[in-house]
Each structure stands twice: as C-alpha cells, then as structure tokens.
Write a protein that binds this ligand. Sequence first.
Ligand SMILES: Nc1ncnc2c1ncn2[C@@H]1O[C@H](COP(=O)(O)OP(=O)(O)OP(=O)(O)O)[C@@H](O)[C@H]1O
Length: 389
Amino acid sequence: MARIELDDIRKTFQDAGSEIVATDDVSLDIEDGEFLVLVGPSGSGKSTLLRMIAGLERQTDGDIHIGDTLVNDLEPRERDIAMVFQNYALYPNMTVRENMSFGLKMSTDLSKDEIDERVESAAETMGIHLLLDSTPEQMSGGEKQRAALGRAIVRDPNVFLMDEPLSNLDAKLRSVMRTEIKRLQRELGVTTVYVTHDQTEAMTMSDRLAILDGGNLQQLGTPLECFYRPANTFVAGFIGDPSMNFFDVTHEDGRLVAQDLDYDLSEDAAASATGHDELVFGVRPEDIDLREDRGENDFEVEVDVVEPMGSLKYAYVKRPGSDDEETYIVEVNGQRPIDVGDTLYAHVPHGEFHLFDRRSREAVHHRDLRENTEEELLEKMNDTQAATS
Ligand SMILES: Nc1ncnc2c1ncn2[C@@H]1O[C@H](COP(=O)(O)OP(=O)(O)OP(=O)(O)O)[C@@H](O)[C@H]1O
C-alpha cells in the first residue's frame, strides 16, 4: 500500500509550434488506501495526470512520490502499479488465464504453481473462473473488463490506476461494475486513482474527488463537500445533475436581488455579499419548490417544458412572458401533475442557495445544510441514476 504525492505537476505538449498546457502545477496528496477520482470535462488533463503517475508520460516539471520513493525517473514497471484501461487492453490471442499470468511471468520470479494459484484466486474474486480458458473475442464487454481487473489484482500492486474503465459498458452493467470495483477496492485497501468524466461514478465511488478544469485543480474534497460546498462556479455547475441554476445579482434600493427571479436575498446573505461588487446567485433544481399559492419572496413562473424521468420530473420554467432561452430547471416529484403553460410560484427556502463572486468565480456564501445531508445526497444520486439509466 502507498500514498501518492504530486507536487506542482506541470505538463506541456508542443503542438504545431504552440504550447498546450495539459496540467498546470497540480499538487495532490492521495492517502494510503484512498479511492481518489480525477474528474473533469474532456481535455481537462485527467488522463495526462494519470499517465504521469503511471510513468507512461513524463511531467515537464514537478515531483511524484509513490510511497517514500521519488518515481520521476522510474519506468512504469518499476512503480508497482497496475493499470486498467477503457479498452481492456487484453491480448486478443491469449486466454484469460494467459492474459492474467503474463505480467507475473515477465516481472516476478514466482513459480508456475504460485502464479496459477494467484490467477485462480483473482478469477474467483472477479467471478470469471469459468472463463479462464476463453479468449477475449468469446467474451462480452463486462467479462473482458472483469478479466482486465483480474489481471490488475493478480499483480498485488501498491496502486491501481484506472482510466475510464467502465465507459464502454452499457448503463446497467456500469452501475453493477461500479459497486463491484468499489467493494473490491475496499476489501483490498489498495490506493486507487480513477479517471472519469461521469459524475455519478465520481460521486458514488470516491473517497475524495479531484476536480480538474483546463489543467487546473478546481477543488479537492469529499463528494459531499464538492456538492454542498462548491469552491467556485465551475465546480457548482459541474457537480450535480441537472446543473445548478445561475442568475446575476443586482443591487436594487439597498436590496440584493437575484435578477430574473425577483428574489430578495438580503436577509440571508447581506453579510457574505459585503465587499463583492458583482455576484452570481446559484440554486440547485431540487432546492426550488413550485407552489400553487404565492408566499413571501416567491416569484411567479410559467412552465415551458416538462421532462418526465420516472421517479422525478424536470420542469423548465421561466418568468411569464420572457424569452424561451431564459428558462431554468426545477426538480419535482415524478407523480406530480404539471403541464406546459401552468403558472406557479417558485419558492427558494431561506438560505438554500449559493453566492459567487462574479469576477473571481469563487464561492462567498454556501447553502445551509439540513440534517441527514449525506443520506439525502445518496438518495439523490440513486434517484438520478434510476431516472437516467
Ligand atoms: N500527446 C499529446 N500531444 C499533444 N497534446 C496532448 C497530448 N495528450 C494530451 N494532450 C492535450 O492535453 C490536454 C489534456 O488532455 P487529457 O487527455 O489529459 O484530458 P482528459 O481530461 O483526460 O480528456 P478526455 O476525457 O477527453 O480523455 C488536452 O488539451 C489534450 O489535447
């Protein structure tokens, strides 16, 4: 087992005479036995960072330690890591048994019996012992990924590095494998760095998330911290599905008003807003209630589009009479009758919103937390998963 330390990792590529910054001084401490997910949009630098930990790519600047060893100059095979890739990377003309034992034969002096024993045991763990004599072309995508995971665990490495291992699988299988990988990692206690752009994977599997954008680390935190305490507008918009709604804030007659909503936030946020000339108001779709009757500080909305998702619905609402483009999303119960054209009153409970500085994009005010927040988040992730798979 090992901790991984990344210090100011910078990686640039030269492309047709111009410099591309893939990672920009990223520093991360990954704990021994931790499941860390690197998540971010396409091109944010996730795979490059993982490949540098693996030794498949050399950083332009900065140091990488695995355990107590500075690994900058070590070859991948000297780093005591096992990688799992999106495309499985199995040798097509070898059986599963041969695929799983190949690395051990090449890089250890274990006897044939010891290798056989390890392969059998890993195949058992992955539920593929009946497929040991099959070749990859005779197997489904899920079985191939189990074989690839089996090949990783048979090596008994200090670190697992996984690059989008589930993205070639269908939604149902993905969700099964997600749980299995998480369980396996817990049982083995192997430090794991896992790259994905899928936020459900990121939220449900990780001990902590490292959220990247444009090669920069945007936030490092537990799924709960990133969801309820997003460091900036990027994290707030990226984590959570559907995304947080954002509105400009204006100062009107000494009040702070979320424009387009006509929502007065002075009472809850006047102190945190002090010193910030320009602010952005953020509210999650599930934190807005749609009511039949108008209450204090509620605002009138017209329903523009309704998306039924099963256990829940997404209502795209707008100010009555405004352009279609200005809609925002509200999550409602799937069984609630709600129709396009309905006029309702949107209610944001006291304190259940975020505020960001418009220029720096940094958070200046976070939503209050209710009790049972963790359960609530997990329930939400499962609802979204059920609704979208
Ligand atoms: N070998 C290379 N040569 C030139 N540019 C590269 C190379 N590898 C990566 N890049 C660039 O570095 C940046 C980060 O790429 P990287 O693949 O790490 O992102 P990513 O977050 O893993 O994206 P994706 O989810 O699409 O795989 C991108 O701008 C990419 O085009």
